[in-house]
Design a protein around this ligand. Structure first.
Ligand code: WQD
Length: 341
């Protein structure tokens, strides 16, 4: 019996693969390589000391998904495959709807055809839109300010309708806050293809001398130091949250949503200071105008996940920064740390 990880070779997926392996689960990875490197599979196998079957393909290929579900005796799916750049989704909305929504529907159809109805879905705090109150709990209304967020809301709603129509479905939507960091081995980490949008990979580019300075998008927010506040969570804590959700679904049917964050917010400058301490490198920065679409503050109420999943994030901001830097230094590289390894 295996757990299928769609997008399991990516940044979050590879860490989920390690967390599940360490929890003694058998996994199979399906990934189309659009934002991952084939080398990651062998790194997951080294950490897990186990073979990890890898299927190269797209979640919209229903025939391939059905074949994979059957051949690997899959009993549950963790669905991580999808596009995730807010900025890119504004430029290319159709790519986002076909990959994220159409892809989810084709996966669900394939699962249904095989009688597999346990699903952990990779969702995002983006579904909350502009927070009306903080910390954000799962009852906060959802609203999207960009196509990426809309694809996550629509996917969650499709899953909720499915669970209403077929009560035997067991579904956990995990709303990620801001994943950063890397596995302690330093062999897997965040290495997005192309130009990163997120703060941490941009900081590491500056630290590695591949970008001259960090633009700080706005210092006039209503926060202690004027810069944006986010709930940064270590990617291994996030990954362990997936294992806990899988365990929960083994005894709970229906549709459930959980925030995966730390419950604490940190400003851009606080993260920067923590990174400089962890790496010993000072990061040149420039104060720039606010980035359109950014919210001032976003951090989670994690009581529900703590209480219901028996899960809590416990790795510190320092560990997030030191593990990131360890991953970046671990590879001789001629190009940026964000290039595929
Ligand atoms: C964090 C903070 C910026 C870059 C995330 C993910 C996005 C989606 C939604 C996926 C903000 C500031 C950033 C820079 C900066 N997640 N910043 N200079 O905005 O929470 O979006 O959630 O589900 O993919 O990115 O994260 O890392 O982009 O920004 O000052 O060069 O850093 O203004 O305050 P965000 P982020």
């Amino acid at each position: 019996m295996s757990i299928l990880l769609t997008g399991g070779n990516g940044y979050i997926g590879s860490h989920v693969a390690v967390a599940l392996g360490l929890a003694g689960r058998k996994i199979v990875i399906l990934d189309n390589g659009s934002n991952s490197s084939i080398n990651t599979i062998s790194k997951i196998e080294t950490i897990n000391r186990a073979h990890v079957p890898y299927v190269f393909g797209d979640i919209r290929d229903m025939k391939l998904i059905t074949k994979t579900l059957r051949e690997h005796d899959v009993t549950a799916v963790i669905h991580l495959a999808g596009l995730k750049s807010v900025a890119e989704s504004i430029e290319k909305p159709l790519d986002y709807y076909t990959n994220n929504v159409e892809g989810t529907i084709s996966l669900l159809k394939a699962m249904n055809s095989q009688g597999i109805r346990n699903l952990v879905f990779s969702s995002s705090a983006t579904v909350y839109g502009t927070p009306r109150q903080l910390p954000l709990d799962e009852t906060h209304p959802t609203s999207a300010t960009n196509p990426y967020g809309r694809t996550k809301i629509q996917s969650e709603e499709i899953l909720a309708d499915l669970a209403r129509a077929q009560p035997e479905w067991r579904i956990a939507c995990l709303r990620y806050f801001n994943p950063v960091g890397a596995h302690q081995s330093g062999t897997i980490g965040e290495s997005p293809k192309g130009i990163p949008n997120n703060l941490m990979p941009i900081i590491t580019q500056v630290a590695l001398g591949q970008k001259s300075q960090l633009d700080i998008f706005g210092t006039d927010y209503p926060t202690p130091d004027g810069t944006g506040i986010r709930d940064y969570i270590h990617v291994m804590d996030l990954a362990e949250g997936h294992a806990a959700a899988l365990q929960f679904l083994e005894s709970h049917a229906g549709w459930h949503a959980f925030n995966l964050g730390t419950g604490k917010g940190h400003t851009v400058l606080e993260l920067l200071e923590s990174f400089e301490k962890a790496s010993g490198i000072s990061i040149p920065r420039k104060i720039s105008p606010r980035r359109p679409g950014d919210v001032a503050k976003c951090y989670a109420n994690v009581d529900k996940a703590n209480r219901t999943l028996g899960w809590a994030a416990n790795r510190s901001l320092h560990e997030m920064c030191s593990s990131t830097w360890n991953f970046c230094l671990n590879f001789p590289r001629t190009t940026t740390c964000t290039s595929p390894h």
